[in-house]
Structure formats: structure tokens, C-alpha cells
Unconditional design. Structure first.
Length: 272
């Protein structure tokens, strides 16, 4: 069945980068998927007279912010459509108009109609990632702000035997079935790990070359250790569950999350 990808185009205060648009188009081309680009236009409420008297040019600042959001929405949509058509990708457009506090809810709701959501790590707020991951019911791929080819030939799975890891592996089925190599990465110095031998066996029977790799965190954040190892193995995609392993959960929810999200080194498929 044809896959349907969803690319939110953020417009305010930070705009989606050209790299992200190029990555989304490349992935859609590789997957022969439909790509829906959705401009998120921020509407700025009118400032009351009382407040305007306290803030110099508050009304003008609000108008300027709204105008900038609309300008980015138009430019990014045009750029994405042109890039998709040049790559012979089936592209569709939609838009969301909302005030800034409701962006996270609007994106979570909009994402539910698609198979996979594509987001950029830089310039994106943690609440947007969490809202899409935990409230949309859909997996997402988080990209660094850098160019990546669309082909996901080597896939690494962060594996701890948990429900979350199994869910993430299932949500990555499209990539696993087409990968030339799959590696199950397990951090083994915190608790006993179910090694995934049966999953590897099933992948091998399906014609996918799969193997297990065990690493030790040695006190380092597990999310960073997994990224580093996946990068060393030249994986094109790291698959991770949103819950399960306590320190994997911290990668999404804990205090070190923002630092990790702004230093993503390769595309990461996150699933809840």
C-alpha cells in the first residue's frame, strides 16, 4: 500500500529549513510515497489598547509577526512543491492557521491521517516533538539540519526487549523489509537485556541481513551512546521507542532531552 508522509512547514518564530524540505522529498522519492506539506501559519491576536499603551508598537509587532509567518508559509510551500515535482514526487498541500499556543495540538491532530511524520530537530520546540510522538498515534522521523539521501539502506534498532522497542521496530517495517542490513543495538550495562534473537531470526528468514551489537554506556546518556554507535556503524536510520527503557525515556522526556535533540547526528525514527 502506498505510504503517505506528512511534512509540517513551520513558519514562526523559526522556519523549516531548505535541508528539511530536500530530505523529505528525497525520502518520499525513495519510498514512492505521497508527500503532504502543511504550512503552519501563526495568527497573532490583536493587542488591546490597554496593553498597547504599555508596550511600544505592540500592535505593529503583532502585525509584523503575522506577516512574516504568512510570507514564510508561501515561500516554503512553493519551494517544497517545486522540489517534489522536480523529483517526480506526488505532492499535496494543506495549511493550518492557529495561534502559537495551539500549534502542538493542531500538529498532533493533523498528523493522525498519515503514515509517517517528518520533523527537523533544529529550531523545533520540545513540545512539538512530544505532541506528535505521544498524541498523534503515528511514528515520526527526526532529522538533523543537514542533507541526507532518501535511501535508508542500513537500519539500526535501539533494542531493550521492551514493548516500546517492539512497537518502534514494527512501525519501521517499511524500512526493515527493504534494508540490506539491520543491526539491533543494546546497551547492556544497566539491566539484563533480551537480545532479540527471535527478531533477528525472523528478519533473516525474511531475507534481511540482521545482527546484534551490544554496547556499554559507561555512565554516558544512553540516547547519545546509541546515536554514536549507529553513526559509527554508518546506519542511515536509528529506530527508537518512546517509552520502555528508563534512560531511553529520558532521551525523549528528561532534562538532557533538549541538548540531545539539538545535536541529532542521523535521522531517528521515534515511535510510541
Amino acid at each position: 500500500m502506498k505510504q503517505h508522509l506528512f511534512l509540517p512547514l513551520l513558519t514562526y518564530p523559526d522556519a523549516t529549513s531548505e535541508f528539511m524540505i530536500a530530505n523529505a522529498v528525497a525520502l518520499a522519492h525513495h519510498m514512492q510515497a505521497t508527500l503532504t506539506v502543511c504550512a503552519v501559519e501563526i495568527t497573532i491576536p490583536e493587542v488591546s489598547n490597554a496593553l498597547s499603551s504599555l508596550i511600544i508598537d505592540a500592535a505593529k509587532m503583532a502585525r509584523d509577526a503575522g506577516a512574516l509567518s504568512r510570507k514564510h508559509a508561501s515561500a516554503l510551500t512553493g519551494m517544497a512543491v517545486d522540489a517534489a515535482k522536480a523529483a517526480s514526487v506526488d505532492v499535496r498541500t494543506r495549511e493550518i492557521k492557529t495561534t502559537e499556543p495551539f500549534v502542538v495540538d493542531a500538529l498532533a491532530e493533523a498528523s493522525r491521517a498519515y503514515d509517517l511524520v517528518l520533523l527537523e530537530s533544529a529550531g523545533i520546540s520540545r513540545p512539538i516533538v512530544e505532541a506528535v510522538l505521544f498524541a498523534s498515534g503515528r511514528p515520526l522521523i527526526l532529522y538533523p539540519t543537514a542533507p541526507f539521501g532518501g535511501r535508508m539502506d542500513h537500519v539500526a534498532i535501539a533494542w531493550d526487549g521492551s514493548r516500546a522497542a517492539a512497537r518502534a521496530a514494527h512501525d519501521a517495517s517499511f524500512f526493515l523489509e527493504r534494508a540490506s542490513k539491520v543491526c539491533l543495538l543494546s546497551v547492556i550495562d544497566e539491566k539484563p537485556i533480551e537480545t532479540g534473537d527471535y527478531l533477528i531470526e525472523n528478519l533473516l528468514k525474511s531475507g534481511v541481513m540482521a545482527e546484534a551489537t551490544r554496547v556499554r554506556a559507561c555512565g554516558e546518556p544512553v540516547g547519545e551512546v546509541l546515536q554514536t554507535k549507529a553513526f559509527e556503524l554508518r546506519a542511515d536510520l536509528l529506530v527508537m521507542g518512546g517509552f520502555g527503557h528508563s534512560r531511553l525515556r529520558e532521551f525523549v522526556l528528561g532534562g538532557a532531552t533538549q541538548a540531545v535533540l539539538t545535536n541529532v547526528s542521523l535521522p531517528i525514527l521515534l515511535s510510541h
